[in-house]
Structure formats: structure tokens, C-alpha cells
Design a protein around this ligand. Structure first.
Ligand SMILES: Nc1ncnc2c1ncn2[C@@H]1O[C@H](COP(=O)(O)OP(=O)(O)OP(=O)(O)O)[C@@H](O)[C@H]1O
Length: 322
């Protein structure tokens, strides 16, 4: 299977006055054609910084990048803003959970499709409208010709979600990135997006990066899972291994324990919070919250241990146990 997106030793730093704060550390991630990758972690662990940095969306005066990224096998050139902009429009599409904020209320839906097409293709307005109709139909929007003439405020939230995905898919991007904010997560909308993404993936082999703080959502949709904590991928594995007896990092175990289920009367709460950027020190960033941690964890260099060919963990207690 072809790789649609890959990062290797991907690190991101935030420059603040005289400080250089590390936000993401040496992330190796890949998404193959037709795969759904789940990226999970608590708020502030670096999920959004990760995808924004890979798409070159951050101001280079403030953010520093290290490592390499490839999209459809081509190394991304972060030194060339023009190339970056065109790569972004063609190859990566981002959908956010609040569709209203992605639309300009004074433009019709057709104008939204046209703005995207104009920026990245030489299609005529008529051609664009034809493609839009086809895409809307694929996403089960009834009477797409009429919908194109509507304004965003005339559409329901569910419809706007589908329209946003249709616009995102117009350029046949290498990856669709779905970033779910931690606030205002509406369960019904979440469920609708999940089933829509799954369907797109199954019918059209769309590769998806699904980002969430909700383990159940990630479990229900992903083929492979990356668990992020304080900017590190602390564990990654095929979703079939997402069981208490299989996962190896204490943080993943805690996330699993805190997952709601019908059989649990009381949910164990994950005590404490991840360290802020300024509070991060050397050693394992989870040590302060980890029931298994000892002194040596505070100086652990976070190197990876391979549990199996496709299961990786960064935990000192797992070294030599694989
Ligand atoms: N523009 C910024 N300026 C300063 N710090 C930032 C900025 N953007 C992100 N950060 C910091 O970088 C870290 C990672 O943030 P990020 O938004 O990637 O987290 P996240 O995992 O996506 O969280 P959430 O689930 O809440 O969206 C956090 O500590 C955050 O405070």
C-alpha cells in the first residue's frame, strides 16, 4: 500500500522570547492509502500542533520544525511558501467539528466550491459546479443543484458538515484530517461525522487522520492508533490491540480504564494533568502521574521499544520486556 503521509523524527519548537520550547518530539507517523489513523491524547498534548506543522500552517518566525515529512511520497519543502500553499490546497483537507465557522455567510455554497477550485485548478465555473453536484450527491445531499444556490445559514448543521467534506474532497487530497476540538463535542454530530468518514473510507479508499481526545471515537473508526502525551507518541499499535491486556504504556492503560462502559459503575478518573510547555523537564513526562514510575523514569530518554513489528512504546518499564 502506498504511503499518503509520513513523518520521520518530526519535532516542533515554539520560540518565545529567549526560550525555545519543544512542543512535539520525534514523531514517526504514517498513513497508507485507505487507512484511518487515530491520534489520541488529552487537551494540550500537541495533536493540533502536529498536523498544522506538517502542513506548514504555522508562522516560521514563531515555530521551528525539525525532521522530515512526505506527502504521497514527496518530501515536503518547508522553505518554499509558494510550494507549501499549493501542496496544502491539493493534498490535505481539514475538516473541523464546527462547520458554521468554516463558511462565509455572504457567499452561496456554489461560491465556496468555486473559491477552492479557483485557487488550485484551472476549471471553469461550470465544470466546478458539475463536480460539486457530483460530490454532494456522493455525500447523500438531496437536490444538490438547489443546495449550491443556498447560503450557509439556510443549511442545517448536518448538511454543512457534508458540504464541508465535499469541498475538502474536491481536490482529491492525499489525506483528510478531522480534528475534533475538546470543547463543545456534540455526541450526535460526532456520531454522524464518524459514520460519514467511515463510509468515505470504505467506498473511496480515502486516507484519514482522525484526531480526538475520545478513545471510544478513535477505537470505533481507526485501523491504527497513536497515543500522544506531552508531545511524544508514547505508544502506537493496530486498533485490534486496544485492550487492557495488550497495551503497554501506563498512560494508554489509564485512558482505557477511564473509558466509559455499561459494566463500570464508577469510572476511575485520570488524576492530575499533563505538564504545560514551560513545566516540561527531561525524563518521562508521564512520570509524575504514573503509578509505576520510579526515580530512573525521571531521567529516561524516551527511546522507543518495539513490542512487535507494528506495536511501539516509549516506557522504561517495557525496555527488555518485548
Ligand atoms: N499559538 C500558540 N502559542 C503558544 N502556545 C501554543 C500555541 N498553540 C499551541 N500551543 C501550546 O502547544 C501545546 C500543544 O497544543 P495543541 O493545540 O496542539 O494541543 P491539542 O492536543 O490539540 O489540544 P486540544 O485537544 O485541546 O485541541 C499546548 O501546550 C498549547 O498550549
Amino acid at each position: 500500500m502506498k504511503e499518503q503521509l509520513r513523518t520521520e523524527k518530526w519535532s516542533v519548537y515554539l520560540k518565545q522570547q529567549d526560550k525555545r520550547l519543544r512542543v512535539i518530539t520525534e514523531t514517526d507517523l504514517k498513513i497508507k492509502t485507505g487507512e484511518i489513523i487515530g491520534l489520541i491524547g488529552e487537551s494540550g498534548c500537541g495533536k493540533s500542533v502536529f498536523w498544522k506543522s506538517v502542513l506548514g500552517l504555522q508562522n516560521p518566525a514563531v515555530w521551528e520544525l525539525e525532521g522530515n515529512a512526505w506527502i504521497r511520497g514527496e518530501m515536503v519543502n518547508f522553505q518554499n511558501p509558494e510550494e507549501l500553499r499549493s501542496m496544502r490546497g491539493r493534498e490535505a483537507a481539514v475538516i473541523l467539528q464546527d462547520p458554521m465557522s468554516s463558511f462565509d455567510q455572504v457567499f452561496t455554497i456554489e461560491q465556496h466550491f468555486w473559491e477552492t477550485a479557483k485557487a488550485h485548478t484551472n476549471w471553469s465555473r461550470k465544470e466546478t459546479a458539475e463536480k460539486a453536484v457530483e460530490l454532494l450527491r456522493r455525500l447523500y445531499i438531496r437536490e444538490p443543484e438547489q443546495v449550491l444556490q443556498m447560503y450557509p445559514f439556510q443549511c442545517s448543521g448536518g448538511m454543512l458538515q457534508r458540504i464541508m467534506i465535499a469541498i475538502a474532497l474536491m481536490m482529491e487530497p492525499a489525506v483528510l484530517i478531522a480534528d475534533e476540538p475538546t470543547t463543545s463535542v456534540d455526541v450526535t454530530v460526532q456520531r454522524e461525522i464518524l459514520s460519514m468518514l467511515k463510509e468515505l473510507n470504505q467506498k473511496q479508499q480515502t486516507s484519514i487522520l482522525y484526531i480526538s481526545h475520545d478513545l471510544r471515537a478513535v477505537e470505533s473508526i481507526s485501523d491504527y492508533v497513536y497515543v500522544m502525551y506531552a508531545g511524544y507518541v508514547v505508544e502506537s499499535f493496530p486498533v485490534s490491540r486496544l485492550k487492557e491486556e495488550n497495551v503497554r504504556h501506563p498512560y494508554t492503560q489509564k485512558l482505557l480504564e477511564a473509558r466509559p462502559s455499561f459494566t463500570k459503575k464508577r469510572l476511575p478518573v485520570l488524576q492530575g494533568r499533563p505538564p504545560e510547555l514551560m513545566e516540561r523537564q527531561s525524563g518521562c513526562p508521564f512520570a509524575a502521574r504514573c503509578p509505576m514510575a520510579d526515580e530512573a523514569c525521571k531521567t529516561f530518554d524516551m527511546k522507543k521499544t518495539a513490542i512487535s513489528e507494528n506495536h511501539m512504546v516509549r516506557c522504561r518499564k517495557q525496555e527488555g520486556l518485548s
